[in-house]
Design a protein around this ligand. Structure first.
Ligand SMILES: *[C@@H]1O[C@H](CO)[C@@H](O)[C@H](O)[C@H]1NC(C)=O
Ligand SMILES: *[C@@H]1O[C@H](CO)[C@@H](O)[C@H](O)[C@H]1NC(C)=O
Ligand SMILES: *[C@@H]1O[C@H](CO)[C@@H](O)[C@H](O)[C@H]1NC(C)=O
Ligand SMILES: *[C@@H]1O[C@H](CO)[C@@H](O)[C@H](O)[C@H]1NC(C)=O
Ligand SMILES: *[C@@H]1O[C@H](CO)[C@@H](O)[C@H](O)[C@H]1NC(C)=O
Length: 230
């Protein structure tokens, strides 16, 4: 299976000596193009927005004399396809592991989702509502190591930075202002300084390795779609 996919990649690039970087960039652009409208044959839904079901984050923070427990669930990411991709190769083409340093840039990026919160204090209350985060000038930089024989991503590091970030929360209830402020701060922290703890690396790593790279049919359907135009 791994061999079949590597063969498909070799055919894709259509030149005898494509560097790992050329192949990697072609595949990255192919994947980006696929996210615009989706590729049903490869089981790719449209990523406008992308819906991330495995991403859950719980907060527990003090609020005066009470404690607030809040969960943010299943966020939607808007603007995923509007990415600019840059990368350098830090390995030799003859190495078994292709190593890249990458920089993904989005001019604008919106994430929204729901939350549930529970305030435990003198008065006990539950709330549910929505949140939106507006990011500007987002960079994801880091390293990606791809084992060419095992056909597996050995390492994926994502460092998330952005210039501006606004958070809006609705539905936080009667004690709304304080809870909304707490959630807005928590969301900003989770999505920026705590991007690693939010599990973006592990969610993406799982998607790429377990959903994609283990399924040659899926990979070939995607590459086919990019090769033959659309
Ligand atoms: C991605 O889409 C752009 C614009 O339509 C096109 O020029 C490019 O060849 C596509 N790349 C791949 C790898 O599919
Ligand atoms: C592999 O991908 C194809 C196309 O998306 C899908 O129909 C099939 O169920 C997948 N197989 C596994 C084992 O996930
Ligand atoms: C978050 O909290 C909910 C409700 O208390 C719980 O069911 C879930 O397992 C928690 N998730 C994580 C990732 O801690
Ligand atoms: C790639 O290398 C060039 C030259 O050293 C550097 O300017 C650029 O920032 C690097 N890009 C990435 C994505 O690491
Ligand atoms: C949350 O969003 C849903 C769907 O857009 C909407 O129906 C609901 O009224 C919103 N709730 C709050 C508290 O803003």
């Amino acid at each position: 299976m791994a061999f079949k996919v590597v063969l498909a990649l070799a055919v894709v690039v259509c030149v005898a000596v494509a560097s790992d970087l050329d192949t990697g960039m072609w595949v990255a652009h192919c994947a980006r193009n696929a996210t615009v409208d989706g590729v049903p044959a490869a089981g790719v839904p449209s990523h406008s927005p992308a819906f991330v079901t495995r991403l859950v984050k719980n907060f527990t923070l003090p609020l005066g004399l009470a404690v607030v427990h809040a969960s943010i669930i299943n966020p939607n990411f808007y603007g995923v396809p509007d990415v600019e991709i840059k990368a350098n190769q830090t390995s030799k083409d003859s190495d078994a592991v292709a190593k890249f340093e990458y920089d993904l840039y989005w001019p604008k990026f919106v994430v929204d989702g729901q939350f549930k919160s529970e305030i435990k204090g003198v008065i006990h209350s539950h709330h549910e509502g929505n949140w939106t985060l507006l990011f500007e000038h987002v960079h994801w930089t880091g390293q990606l190591h791809f084992h060419k024989e095992k056909h597996h991503i050995d390492k994926l590091k994502i460092h998330w930075t952005n210039k501006n970030l606004e958070a809006h929360v609705t539905g936080a209830g009667a004690q709304g202002d304080a809870v909304a402020l707490m959630l807005e701060t928590g969301l900003k922290t989770a999505f920026v300084t705590g991007a690693a703890s939010l599990g973006v690396e592990s969610v993406l790593g799982y998607r790429l390795n377990d959903v994609w790279l283990k399924n040659a049919t899926k990979v070939e359907a995607l590459l086919d779609w990019c090769r033959h135009g659309h």
